[in-house]
Design a protein around this ligand. Sequence first.
Ligand code: NAD
Length: 322
Amino acid sequence: MRIAVFDTHKYDERALNEANVGQQHVLEFFEERLHDKTVELAQGFDAVCPFVNCRLTAPVLKRLAEIGVKLVVLRAAGFNGIDIAAAQEHGIRVARVPAYSPEAVAEHCFALLLTLVRKTHRAFNRVREQNFSLDGLEGFNLHGKTFGALGAGRIGQCAMRIARGFGCKLIAYDPYENPQIAKDVGFDYVALDTLLRDADIISLHLPLSAQSHHIIDANALTLMRQGVVIINTSRGGLIDTPAVIEALKSGKVAGVGLDVYEMEEGVFFHDLSNSLIQDDMLARLMTFPNVLITSHQGFLTREALHAIATTTLGNADAFAAG
Ligand code: NAD
């Protein structure tokens, strides 16, 4: 198939070219995201391959159908940028990559957590200035702490297995309980309030929905332990950012690690036209030395990119084979 790949970085090109064994597909790479202003780039292609933050609205899908595109192979799990009903109406099939590497995201959660609790980011900055002072760098052991996972799906389970290796006690809140998984991984399901009260580390591994929006709000923060550490590698809207800023100011929260943030729209994936610094809440968060922010890169490992590329092209193969 002739596939137009949008919103690409060098790492996408490398992973997709490697997965395109025997060059069974003709791939063309565009740095642009796919939306109403860029849709004409898909002229002459059978399929488009957008990334998670594309905008495939009804008019975009209508135009894609008019210019002969029959397939969307999304190289991500989240398809909220695609109007699925409109795709159906215009006879365009949509395929995605439901899971690629839970380990990549779970390990990133620990990259944030260990950096925060051992303050290695602060030590690194000091040492670069020839300052070897240890003042203010006291951390705490993960061993013996209670690790609370909000969401015990693929990534939550993987994070808990890692936490178990550190000697943490494991608890999880998930509305869909699976006793066999709890037994295998070695955690206890608890009610949401219990998790908020008992966990020393709260790590978010649940999807964003109407029910989970701002699951970490001022009320939830009130229930938490003094000195709790919160890690969010899931979706920014799960956390009420001003409430967390207040809890950081009061010292209730000892550390916050964010790979995702509420105001991600627009700054998502290094869109330099919207400087991070212009965003007031992000700028306020970054004033705290015990806040660590990364740029939604939990998925960004060689192994995850390989899995994404292989599944994406496998979806194109399956379509081509009928
Ligand atoms: P999953 O579907 O395997 O697991 C999600 C779990 O959350 C399920 O067990 C579900 O029952 C549970 N859940 C649903 N609503 C809940 C609620 N209100 N409270 C508590 N639990 C709830 O998904 P996953 O693969 O583990 O991914 C988890 C999240 O990680 C995704 O939703 C996505 O937002 C995020 N993610 C981030 C990155 C990144 O690069 N940072 C990459 C992939 C996924």
